[in-house]
Structure formats: structure tokens, C-alpha cells
Design a protein around this ligand. Structure first.
Ligand SMILES: Nc1ncnc2c1ncn2[C@@H]1O[C@H](COP(=O)(O)OP(=O)(O)O)[C@@H](O)[C@H]1O
Ligand SMILES: [Mg+2]
Length: 264
């Protein structure tokens, strides 16, 4: 059994209660309540500046909200730093692709195995056999994650050698390689052409699993409406609505603040 398969996550919903985030006088999030169920693809939509990325930053511990609670199943996580949340199974991709330019794609994806690493940091520099074996096991899992998102052929390339669509897939591979319980994807279709977006949609549908809370922030409404089981709408830091894609399309308030310009 490999390190990655030794932790068997149990399905746990992600609960957010009364989350408020302020920067100086700016109210970015205001009393946000939501429950995100595992086994579904949940879309998070809303105008630019609504607070979607800030919300992801609160979930992963990059931002510390002034008020509110975040719970994964029975485990309170709101007080934990980002690395502890990563250990618990929170993973994300970034709105602006954030891969290390000096590392090959497979090495970038290996960084996502950190939560399963047994060998200490010192062994990264010393030829301990156990550390070497772990590194090779992680390299193999990273290759498998790249295959899973359809980016297997990018494994040995440097990020600068690849088109945007492929870089997005590599970021997703890095996020899934550690078998997360909560996966947050921030605008994964940004900068992709229509063929790349169609490929991404197929990848996201394949990621849906009974034990995974999968949240996708996206502006591409065809993508969101096409793949999501549930959609939450954020507007000016508040949850405006949530429901099925059909509910959201039919919600006059959502159409007014966000979908009005869309061809829906
Ligand atoms: N670190 C920060 N300092 C100050 N203001 C911030 C910071 N991060 C986000 N904001 C503000 O929070 C609001 C929401 O931003 P963001 O979460 O990026 O929105 P979205 O992802 O929905 O477009 C914006 O007004 C933004 O300027
Ligand atoms: Mg954003």
C-alpha cells in the first residue's frame, strides 16, 4: 500500500457558519452561511469582487476571518494554519496559475504529496534509501495524477513550454494527487479556448467522488451549468442564493445581479 492510499477519507460535508472578513473598512464577506456536500460538484459564482477568491482563502487559512466557523464533518478547522488544513485534506488551484517555473510538471505535482510525506525535510538533501523510495513512489503517483487529468504527456516538460490549458490541468493534478477531501478550483477555465474548456469539463466530471467536496469558482456559465449539481451565488460578500442550475437560472435576483448579461 502506498502512502497516498493509506488514509481513507470518510465523506464529510464542509460547514461554514457566520463567516465575516474585513480589510480595514472593506467588508469582503458578511455573515456567510453554507453547507457543501461531498459527492457533488458545487459551483460558486458571482460578479468580480464578490469575494469568491477571498472565501477560498478563508477556507484554506490564507485569510483569517474576523468572525465565523469552518468545520469539515466534526472537525473545526477555522483556527488552523494553512499547512494543518492541507494535512486534513484541503487542496486548491489558483486563479492565476502558480507552478514553480524551475521544476518539471511531474515535480510540481509531487509538491502536492506533502501531506503524505513521511521523510523529513533533511532527507530531501541526503541519499537515505527510505527517502529515495518515498520520492519515487510520489513521482509515480504524480504521473498517475497527470494521466488522470489528461496531462500525462506534460510530465517532463517545464511549465514555460506548455499552453495555458495544460498548465491548468497540471495545477489540478497537483491539487488531487494528495487525495484531498476538499478541492477548491478558482476559475480553472480562465484563459482557456473552447476546446480546452470542453476537455476541462470532462476532467472535472471525472473528479466527482463520494468522499470529495468539490467547489468550482467559474465565470463560464456553460461550464458551470453543464457540470454542477449545486450552485451557490455570492454577491457583495453575501450568499445570494443556492440551488440546482435550473433554480439559479430561474432566480430573478441572480439574473439581476449576475446573469443579466449572460445568454441564459
Ligand atoms: N488582501 C486584501 N486586502 C484588501 N482587500 C482585499 C484583499 N483581498 C481581497 N480584497 C478585496 O476583497 C474583495 C473581493 O475580492 P475577491 O475575493 O478577489 O473577489 P472575486 O474573487 O469574487 O473576484 C475585493 O474588493 C478585493 O479588493
Ligand atoms: Mg477571484
Amino acid at each position: 500500500m502506498t502512502a497516498a492510499t493509506s488514509t481513507m477519507p470518510t465523506p464529510a460535508p464542509l460547514h461554514v457558519e457566520g463567516l465575516s472578513l474585513r480589510f480595514g473598512g472593506i467588508h469582503v464577506l458578511e455573515g456567510l452561511d453554507a453547507v457543501f456536500e461531498p459527492g457533488r460538484i458545487t459551483g460558486l459564482i458571482g460578479p468580480n469582487g464578490a469575494g469568491k477568491t477571498s472565501f477560498f482563502n478563508c477556507l484554506t487559512g490564507l485569510y483569517l476571518p474576523q468572525e465565523g466557523r469552518i468545520r469539515l464533518g466534526g472537525t473545526a478547522v477555522g483556527h488552523l494554519p494553512p499547512n494543518r488544513r492541507a494535512m486534513l485534506g484541503f487542496a486548491r488551484s489558483f486563479q492565476h496559475v502558480a507552478l514553480c517555473p524551475e521544476l518539471s510538471c511531474v515535480e510540481n505535482v509531487m509538491a502536492g504529496m506533502q501531506r503524505h510525506a513521511r521523510a523529513g525535510w533533511l532527507s530531501a538533501f541526503l541519499p537515505f534509501p527510505a527517502a529515495n523510495a518515498e520520492r519515487e513512489a510520489h513521482r509515480e503517483l504524480a504521473r498517475q495524477a497527470l494521466e488522470r487529468v489528461g496531462a500525462g504527456k506534460a510530465a517532463d516538460a517545464l511549465p514555460a513550454e506548455l499552453p495555458p490549458g495544460m498548465l491548468r490541468l497540471v495545477e489540478i493534478a497537483r491539487a488531487i494527487v494528495g487525495k484531498p477531501q476538499v478541492l477548491l478550483l478558482d476559475e480553472p477555465a480562465a484563459g482557456l479556448n473552447s476546446a480546452e474548456t470542453a476537455e476541462l469539463a470532462a476532467v472535472l466530471l471525472r473528479l466527482r467522488q463520494p468522499d470529495l467536496v468539490l467547489l468550482v469558482v467559474e465565470h463560464d456559465m456553460d461550464l458551470i451549468m453543464g457540470i454542477c449539481d449545486t450552485i451557490h451565488v455570492l454577491s457583495a460578500g453575501r450568499m445570494l442564493a443556492h440551488g440546482t442550475p435550473a433554480d439559479i437560472r430561474a432566480n430573478p435576483e441572480v439574473v439581476r445581479v449576475y446573469l443579466g448579461d449572460e445568454d441564459v
